[in-house]
Write a protein that binds this ligand. Structure first.
Ligand code: TEU
Length: 561
């Protein structure tokens, strides 16, 4: 074995960096209510997902992440569950779900479900019982506290409200909610709650699902005694509290360890060191995590900061735990609008971000529509917005005296509805999403940006994503390669090497809208390199390892020794 092979096998041996199916997977997130409506009620549904499985297969994704479709009053689009064992009628039936599993399996596509166990709906029977009286057996299934002279027990905010506490006149106590009033937090200190949740997890796993995306999973533990916060606006006190790992270790021991499954935790407000505690392969908690140092804390693109974040998370996790790579989802606006250029360079910048996300260390997630370069949206009235987080914030700021028009303009760019407009399948009415009235407005640019158009264009983003996924399957360096940045001094460029056994991948990109000439370091001989993929049709020839990169140009080379 040469030096590189020895180093890689050492890493694998010492850090037990086992090769697994989920590390090699590309996940496609299906926000089903905006994916495809099969029955004309204006909502996407599980049958719609079945009808579009061949589209997902053609793209090449290995796993589908389905947002919640359990019975729910839908105050937070399914993240307020009132029956964990049944399916929301607008999404379909249990038979539809079982058929979806069968059809996905036929196509060798795995399915992970989004699971919300930090809280339920306030219409869940458990909460109705808990709320009914102080001595109800389920009182302690939720978090009830006495007020402080008609004030909430402490000064905490929630994600969606000015206070994390809601008063209940009937029992003269407050209940705790990390999100909306309609989403009371379960009390994870209560063993009955934990056992009930574990039983429910087994129910779905025994139906053949391949894992869970665990919603707000780092919020399960609450700070001892609920002390007032110094700065209530910094809501990091809601998450990553002592005790959370005890719950995750127990969850793994009682549930996850019994299956060959993928668990991805939504874990906000953590450093790499803290994040590793969730995904360290030796700790047996979760397989991987979404951290939000980018999506929650970088409103617009900042390449310098992004490089620093990637470096810290690589150094913090590599060889011990697995990272995830994403730049948009159902909670974050569309990456080509937020971080790229959704006008003149929509395709090039979309391809640049795709190449980066699929060549960085970690599991890449494609959010539905990202593969055709769907963009953010601007609705002219708050009434056109659906998202409870945005509507609550709008009301809070207007009630505090801000001008409604100004508030709308302030909230539009990061509204979660930007990424929740229906998939644009073609240029027919409602973009081919529904034969009914869509539950939310279609992005008006659907006539230019749609799947049909993309599938007819060999240079579309769709085929670029497809090729990236093919490359990840062909060359293991995309998955298991280490990570070494080069050309750090070039502030508009992002370039790195990844090496695994005899393969070395070079990613080099220009994040500016000007041409950038760059000298490739002598350690890399481009004459030995194969250009695997680029985002410009004509490829400028390189001379003496000097290449000129055009606006948003990205190239991936492979050097095999
Ligand atoms: O989001 C949780 C959430 O908003 C934060 O935990 C996270 O830090 C980050 O801010 C997201 O950008 C999840 C779901 O993804 C979201 O759709 C739900 O509204 C929420 O939980 C409540 O279930």
């Amino acid at each position: 074995m040469n030096y590189e092979e020895k180093k890689t096998s050492f890493l694998k041996e010492v850090f037990s960096m086992k090769e697994t199916w989920w590390k090699e997977s590309v996940v496609y997130q299906v926000y089903w209510r905006s994916f495809y409506d099969s029955d004309g009620d204006g909502y996407g549904d599980l049958r719609g997902v079945i009808e579009k499985l061949d589209y997902i297969k053609n793209l090449g994704a290995d796993v589908i992440w389905l947002n919640p479709f359990y019975v729910s009053p839908d105050k937070d689009n399914g993240y307020d569950i009132s029956d964990y064992y049944s399916i929301m009628p607008k999404a379909g039936t249990m038979q539809d779900f079982e058929e979806l599993m069968e059809e996905a399996k036929k196509r060798e596509i795995k399915v992970i479900m989004d699971l919300v166990v930090n809280h339920t709906s306030n219409e869940h029977p458990w909460f109705k019982e808990s709320k009914s009286s102080k001595d109800n057996p389920k009182r302690d299934w939720y978090i009830w506290r006495d007020g402080d002279h008609h004030n909430p027990p402490n000064n905490w905010r929630s994600y969606f409200c000015p206070s994390a506490w809601e008063y209940d006149e009937n029992t003269d106590q407050y209940y705790f909610h990390s999100f909306a009033v309609e989403q009371p937090d379960l009390n994870w200190e209560n063993e009955e709650v934990r056992e009930e949740i574990y039983n429910m997890m087994h129910f779905w796993l025994k139906k053949g699902i391949n894992g869970f995306r665990l919603d707000a999973i780092a919020l399960l533990a609450k700070p001892e005694g609920y002390p007032n916060a110094e700065n209530p606006e910094d809501i990091s006190y809601l998450t990553n509290n002592p005790g959370v790992h005890d719950y995750l270790e127990e969850m793994n021991e009682k549930v996850f360890s019994h299956y060959d499954m993928l668990t991805v935790g939504e874990v906000a407000y953590v450093t790499p060191k803290e994040g590793l505690l969730y995904v360290d392969e030796n700790r047996k908690e979760l397989n991987t995590l979404f951290h939000f140092e980018v999506c929650d804390e970088m409103p617009t693109w900042d390449l310098k900061r992004f490089k620093e974040i990637q470096k810290r998370w690589y150094e913090g996790l590599w060889g011990k735990g697995w990272n995830s790579q994403f730049l948009n989802n159902h909670d974050h606006t569309r990456l080509v609008t937020r971080y790229g250029n959704d006008a003149e360079y929509r395709i090039q910048s979309g391809k640049l971000f795709a190449a980066m996300l699929h060549s960085l260390p970690g599991m890449p997630y494609i959010y539905q529509g990202e593969e055709i370069g769907m963009t953010g949206v601007r609705f002219n009235s708050i009434d056109d917005y659906n998202d409870i987080a945005m509507k609550n914030k709008f009301n809070e700021l207007v009630e505090n005296g801000q001008d409604p028009e100004d508030v709308l303009k302030q909230l539009q760019p990061l509204s979660r509805d930007n990424s929740r407009t229906p998939i644009q399948w073609n240029d027919s009415e409602h973009a081919g999403f529904t034969k009914g009235t869509p539950w939310i407005n279609i992005n008006p640019n659907y006539k230019e940006i749609n799947v049909e158009e993309a599938l007819q264009d060999e240079d579309s983003l769709f085929y670029y994503y497809k090729k990236l996924i093919e490359l990840r399957k062909k060359y293991k360096v995309f998955v298991y390669g280490d990570f070494k940045t080069i050309l750090e001094e070039k502030e508009n460029l992002y370039a790195y090497l990844r090496t695994y056994n005899n393969e070395t991948l070079l990613f080099i990109s220009n994040f500016s809208e000007d041409n950038e000439t760059v000298e490739i370091p002598a350690e890399i001989n481009l004459s030995e390199a194969d250009l695997l993929i680029s985002n410009y049709k004509e490829n400028r020839t390189e001379t003496e390892n000097k290449i000129e990169l055009r606006p948003y140009e990205a190239r991936i080379y492979l050097i095999q020794r």
